[in-house]
Design a protein around this ligand. Structure first.
Ligand SMILES: Cc1cc2nc3c(=O)[nH]c(=O)nc-3n(C[C@H](O)[C@H](O)[C@H](O)COP(=O)(O)O)c2cc1C
Length: 338
């Protein structure tokens, strides 16, 4: 299908708001969504978020300039206040505001004061939520866009509601654009999310499994090998985050209980990233610059991992998704043509 037709078919108001060609968003995955991946997604017509949770302001500024050197397109930054010490969060915010970043995605808790501050600095604010009540609270606080994160999502999972139900509930509740996240890996998933009223798809696992992502090859290979039903929703990976938070990961020796009680006293080092130790039961996932026992780390993956079979470039993954979605939505039997 001609690229112009694809763009027309898939374009939603949020594309105009953020200045991208396609309603496909790279999730701000901590550690994984670094400048190389963000620039690749933006250059391919999508919109990327740098995953900067708990990163030093120096790295944030360096990553922002690397993206700017690699693409003229807009992009955003993801921060997670609940998982960041207050002093560091303040320094991160100062860096993001000083750099005039176009958009910031916040996740986990909602701070109206923070949303206010980012808005006042001219940032578009996105808030990833797990329920319609949270979506309403985010919009009341001033969020411009909400991301409805379904239970299928990889990484930290905010709610318990399956994506299809959640999109319908959130779209009915708020009057700002809604993006869908959780288990979306192909054009069929994107078409379904758009048909339900979402204005775009936020993709994590699908872009983790690309050449440009900063995930370690071990993690990418495990995603390719994943079978249906292999992801686990667990609280076992908890060090670095507030208590009681759940993640979706591929099953491994930790989720099978082979290392004992994750909440027992004492910490065991299982790897390193430069001088930084990586602890068993921490939320760190294997990255390119880490060494250690990758098998026992948090192998984040959404339920869509079972349908990922290769490690293409991010542009190839994005093109395949938009071509398939446009074909489905353009076919005479599509509900959109009703
Ligand atoms: C490896 C990985 C790391 C993630 N890190 C973050 C993060 O730092 N901040 C955030 O808001 N969401 C994070 N998420 C969740 C994503 O924002 C998104 O909800 C999720 O990836 C969507 O599901 P999918 O992985 O099935 O596409 C992460 C997800 C993955 C897979």
């Amino acid at each position: 299908m001609h690229i112009f037709v694809q763009r027309q078919t898939l374009q939603t108001p949020v594309c105009g708001l953020l200045g991208c060609d396609y309603p496909v968003f790279l999730a701000g995955m901590g550690g994984v969504a670094r400048s190389e991946l963000v620039a690749a997604v933006c250059n391919a017509g999508g919109f990327g978020f740098l995953g900067m949770v708990r990163e030093a302001p120096k790295l944030i500024r360096a990553e922002i300039s690397r993206v700017r050197a690699a693409t003229p397109r807009g992009f955003g930054v993801n921060l997670i206040p609940a998982a960041t010490p207050p002093d560091l969060l303040e320094a991160e915010l100062e860096a993001v505001i000083a750099e005039h970043v176009a958009a910031v995605t916040l996740f986990w808790d909602m701070s109206p004061a923070l949303v206010h501050r980012l808005r006042a600095a001219g940032c578009l604010v996105l808030s990833q939520v797990g329920s319609a009540d949270e979506a309403a609270a985010a919009v009341a606080a001033g969020a411009h866009i909400v991301i409805a994160q379904g239970f299928e999502a990889g990484g930290h999972v905010r709610g318990r509601i399956p994506l299809k139900t959640l999109i319908a509930e959130v779209v009915a509740r708020v009057d700002v654009p809604v993006l869908a996240a959780g288990g979306i890996v192909d054009g069929r998933d994107l078409a379904a999310a758009l048909a339900l009223g979402a204005q775009g798809a936020v993709i994590g696992t699908g872009f983790l499994a690309t050449r440009e992502s900063f995930a370690h090859d071990y993690h990418k290979e495990r995603i390719i090998a994943a079978k249906p039903g292999e992801t686990v929703h667990t609280q076992a990976f908890h060090i670095n985050w507030p208590a009681g938070t759940a993640v979706r990961v591929l099953s491994n020796s930790v989720t099978r209980g082979e290392h004992g009680d994750p909440f027992a006293a004492g910490r065991r080092i299982i790897g390193g990233q430069g001088q930084r130790p990586i602890y068993l039961f921490s939320t760190d996932s294997p990255l390119r610059d880490m060494t250690g026992e990758f098998e026992a780390m948090a192998l984040y993956a959404g339920t869509g991992a079972a349908r990922i079979e290769s490690i293409p470039t991010a542009a190839e993954r994005l093109a395949a998704i938009v071509e398939e979605a446009a074909r489905i939505l353009d076919s005479p039997s599509s509900p959109e043509h009703g």
